[in-house]
Design a protein around this ligand. Structure first.
Ligand SMILES: Nc1nc2c(ncn2[C@@H]2O[C@H](COP(=O)(O)OP(=O)(O)OP(=O)(O)O)[C@@H](O)[C@H]2O)c(=O)[nH]1
Length: 179
């Protein structure tokens, strides 16, 4: 598994990055939706086509941790049902200013059924790992969708073959019947 220089600390709205997962190169669009309340109406529109979402709070800022509940409820409302999410506590390099414990992060993530990472955009710690993980989750979900689609297609084709065989047997029976 390899990660081409990924930086989480994105000031721009949108970036394309290539991530390599199990030898497969995946081109990822990363949208950095601003955290401020005033942008929330705009950011909801991004959720509709999202496949993976990284919820980020600042471990040195307790309110940013509290806001995750609001983001999660918006995502629940506006994102597709199969969207893959992870929780990230950023600024892990700022241990002295920490307001949110790692355990709180884990527990919140667990409540939402998400995986949890602490990262630092300053030292790049866990940045690649968290992006790779959310991408893996998206790919796995996508594969499950494809498998289930192929499964349905198999069932459909099996039924169609059975139906055809039955019709042909019925026709044969009619032909051999003397009445
Ligand atoms: N020490 C430290 N500082 C960081 C880290 N990540 C971001 N910062 C700093 O935190 C400040 C805010 O960073 P932003 O990237 O603007 O944060 P943001 O959450 O994207 O802000 P909005 O998009 O406005 O919500 C900047 O001064 C960054 O340099 C980190 O991991 N460690």
């Amino acid at each position: 598994m390899r990660c081409t220089a990924l930086r989480m600390h994105l000031r721009v709205d949108f970036k394309m990055k290539t991530i390599e997962i199990d030898g497969t190169k995946v081109r990822v669009q990363i949208w950095d939706t601003a955290g401020q309340e005033r942008y929330q109406t705009i950011t909801k529109q991004y959720y509709r086509r999202a496949q993976g979402i990284v919820f980020v709070y600042d471990i040195t800022n307790e309110p940013s941790f509290q806001h995750i509940a609001k983001w999660a409820s918006d995502v629940d409302e506006f994102a597709p049902d199969d969207v893959q999410t992870i929780l990230v506590g950023n600024k892990a390099d700022e241990e002295m200013r920490r307001q949110v414990t790692k355990d709180q992060g884990y527990r919140l993530a667990e409540n939402y059924g998400m995986e949890f990472f602490e990262t630092s955009a300053s030292t790049s710690s866990n940045i690649c790992e968290s992006f790779i993980r959310v991408t893996e989750l998206v790919l796995q979900a996508h594969r499950r969708d494809v498998d289930s689609l192929l499964g349905s297609l198999d069932d459909y084709l099996d039924n169609a073959v059975l139906e055809k065989e039955k019709r042909s047997q019925d026709n044969d029976a009619q032909r051999t019947c003397g009445c």
